[in-house]
Design a protein around this ligand. Structure first.
Ligand SMILES: CCCCCC/C=C\CC(=O)SCCNC(=O)CCNC(=O)[C@H](O)C(C)(C)COP(=O)(O)OP(=O)(O)OC[C@H]1O[C@@H](n2cnc3c(N)ncnc32)[C@H](O)[C@@H]1OP(=O)(O)O
Length: 319
């Protein structure tokens, strides 16, 4: 990428649910969207945001889970996930993604966003299964709300969004990629909504998203079978838009955003919103019901048993 002027690093936060609630309250109260009124550089954020970021930093470990850079010249932001081992989405990681999405959405200097991964061969392994196994119910509900939030923000973004899929992208990783406007993928990886293979059920908004992306019939089969597609199969189905060698994935995503930027922004945004709003509105109207369904489903003994077995199989495979 060309000249990177600004860099925002969001570090891990503590795990306490109370802190997550507090963070969410601060986000709402202070409106991280206020970046627009501040200086161009992320480090010169408005006072409230700065405070929040300091809080996060000071309570953080040393690893960096999410790096966000904005190219000053093009206005293209890159959000790079780095949560070893597999970028699985837990409550803290999702919260950081949402905060970054809100900041970017409201920055007048940002017109496009690329989501990618720093972890070799992995884009995102989907939801952190440990969030769903033997959960604390309050945290479980907050986790699901935060995932809903990510989808609402990303699918409904006014920015031109692209997923640079440089590795495996099952389940929640596929959701994240499909929420973008464009997907470019490296060959040799798998992507799809494999929930049924884990004995769990992709909720209606996952289903709507895949149907919106590749049509009803192929989605129906993919969802029931929980198919993980190769990059090439995903291209044929329209789940991804282009396959390029690994080292060209980022550059291709950048070029694609440049292409989209030539379209009058207002017209593009209204069109995007008209196409995606019904799905987003549907989730808004059923949000609490969806959280309750998720909680009731996940906490069933039979589902806990299935998840436990799946975790064991992953661990065995990893050895
Ligand atoms: C109404 C109910 C609604 C429920 C709807 C739920 C919606 C979405 C569901 C999800 O997103 S569930 C998550 C689905 N994801 C998967 O099934 C992916 C599982 N992982 C893999 O297939 C592989 O790990 C990989 C991503 C292809 C990477 O393979 P690789 O060989 O590179 O790495 P591994 O050795 O398999 O794994 C390393 C390490 O990571 C742990 N791990 C892997 N995936 C997850 C995960 N999703 N969450 C938490 N942890 C994960 C794995 O156990 C290994 O751990 P260690 O053994 O090293 O401790």
């Amino acid at each position: 990428m060309g000249q990177v002027q600004s860099r925002l690093t969001i570090s891990p936060t503590p795990t306490k649910l109370a802190w997550m609630m507090h963070l969410r309250m601060l986000t709402t109260m202070h409106g991280l969207c206020e970046v627009r009124q501040c200086s161009k550089r992320w480090k010169n954020l408005c006072p409230q945001t700065k405070n929040l970021q300091k809080c996060q930093m000071s309570s953080a470990g040393s690893s960096e889970m999410l790096q966000v850079t904005v190219d000053d010249k093009s206005g293209i932001a890159t959000m790079t996930m780095c949560r070893p081992p597999v970028n699985s989405l837990n409550l803290e990681f999702l919260t950081q993604i949402n905060i970054a999405l809100e900041k970017l959405e409201n920055s007048k200097d940002c017109s496009g966003l690329i989501i990618t991964s720093k972890i070799p061969k992995i884009f995102c392994a989907g939801l952190d299964i440990m969030e769903m196994y033997q959960p604390n119910v309050d945290r479980l509900q907050e986790f699901w709300r935060t995932l809903q939030e990510m989808y609402i923000r990303l699918y409904g973004s006014q920015l031109i969004t692209a997923a640079a899929i440089n590795g495996a992208s099952p389940a929640g990783g596929c959701l994240m990629a499909m929420s973008c406007d464009y997907r470019v993928m490296a060959p040799g990886y798998k992507i799809g909504l494999n929930e049924t293979q884990l004995g769990i059920v992709a909720p209606f908004w996952f289903q709507d998203l895949i149907i919106n992306t590749m049509g009803f019939r192929q989605s129906e089969m993919a969802l029931q079978l929980g198919t993980l597609f190769t990059s090439e199969e995903a291209l044929n189905l329209g789940m991804v838009d282009k396959i390029v060698p690994q080292e060209q994935v980022m550059e291709t995503a950048i070029q694609e955003i440049h292409k989209w930027k030539k379209i009058p922004g207002f017209a593009r945004q209204i069109t995007k919103s008209a196409l995606r709003k019904p799905s987003i509105d549907k989730l808004h109207s059923k949000r609490e019901e969806d959280i309750a369904n998720f909680r009731d489903f996940i906490t069933k003994d039979s589902i806990q048993k299935t998840l436990g077995m799946y975790i064991e199989s992953l661990k065995k495979k990893a050895k």
